[in-house]
Design a protein around this ligand. Structure first.
Ligand code: C2E
Ligand code: MG
Ligand code: MG
Ligand code: MG
Length: 289
């Protein structure tokens, strides 16, 4: 399976791995509990037009408030969700919740949802979930962005490609997340399924500093490629005015980062509107494949 290909390549076993495994089992059991009692929620972070600062999209980011540990970062618990075989259920909830929320946004901004490689590997199941989320929310397909990471192309199988094509055919926008990290593969952008690339925040940060010619050259080549392929570009991780100015000057059309807004509760609630009951909590639903 894709999961095994990604994670099952230990060639040795050290004591810390047993500890790690025990920690993951504890996390997994807490997570199953979290799914049942609604400890998961979504926070939204704006993606703005570089020149006007108008909000183009908001990225939905999964949040887990553990009763004892507090906020658990998604980089830590999303892999556990995947390994526990729960990503289909959780991913479906994220899709439905994000689409439902975005359908009510008065500014008609898009919503960006992260999709993991395990979800993509499930192919038709994911396509079905996307169609259902759009259908039940009434959100137009072109207002949904699906963010996938480059690592999926390590697998480079025909199933992934077919799934991307089907998603594109529905009319949703496909975004290549964290571009420049790991196995940067320009070829995966050439097939025309993607609408946008997001430049990883390590490049955004370095390219705005003097004395980083390599990172600057990489950002420039990504921007040149994007222009040639008519792709939108978002620079991630903009924290300073200097970074925003630098990326805008280099020709980056969209910016995202703490400078423009941290991930926060749904816009409707942030605006002080009456809180629509348990919207951002996960209700156990039968997992329809
Ligand atoms: P990502 O999709 O690349 O999301 C961007 C991450 O950068 C988020 O971390 C965000 O809070 C953080 N960030 C945004 N602006 C700044 C900034 O200016 N400075 C810094 N230092 N960080 C910034 P977060 O929320 O911890 O999410 C981490 C990763 O977890 C995401 O990376 C994404 O890969 C994954 N993830 C989050 N939500 C979901 C989800 O619903 N489903 C799946 N499959 N993965 C998710
Ligand atoms: Mg993302
Ligand atoms: Mg990213
Ligand atoms: Mg990133």
């Amino acid at each position: 399976s894709a999961k095994k290909a990604k994670r099952g390549s230990f060639h040795f076993f050290a004591p810390w791995m047993a500890e790690q495994a025990a920690a993951n089992r504890a996390l997994e059991s807490d997570l199953r509990q979290a799914l049942n009692i609604g400890q998961l929620s979504l926070a939204y972070q704006p993606i703005v037009h570089a020149r006007s600062h108008k909000v183009i999209a908001r990225e939905a980011l999964l949040r887990w408030t553990h009763p004892v540990r507090g906020e658990v970062p998604p980089d830590l618990f999303v892999p556990v969700i995947e390994d526990a075989g729960l990503i289909g259920q959780v991913g479906n909830w994220v899709l439905r919740e994000a689409c439902r929320e975005a359908a009510a946004w008065k500014d008609r901004a898009r919503v960006a949802v992260n999709v993991s490689s395990a979800q993509l590997a499930a192919g038709p199941v994911l396509v079905g979930h996307v169609i259902q989320a759009l259908g039940s929310s009434g959100l137009p397909a072109e207002r949904l962005e699906l963010e996938v990471t480059e690592s999926i192309f390590l697998a480079d199988d025909s199933t992934t490609r077919a799934t991307l094509e089907q998603l594109r055919a529905i009319g949703v926008r496909l975004v290549l997340d964290d571009f420049g990290m790991g196995y940067s593969n320009f070829v995966c952008l050439a097939n025309g399924e993607f609408s946008k690339v997001k430049i990883d925040r390590s490049f955004t940060a370095a390219a705005a500093l003097p004395g980083h010619p390599a990172e600057r050259a990489i950002v420039e080549s990504i921007l040149t490629l994007a222009r040639g392929l008519r792709l939108e570009v978002t620079a991630e991780g903009i924290e300073t005015v200097e970074q925003a100015a630098q990326m805008t000057a280099m020709g980056c059309g969209q910016l995202q980062g703490y400078l423009f807004g941290r991930p926060t509760v749904p816009a409707s609630r942030a605006e002080g509107l009456p809180e629509p009951a348990p919207v951002a909590t996960l209700r156990p639903r039968p997992y329809a494949a």
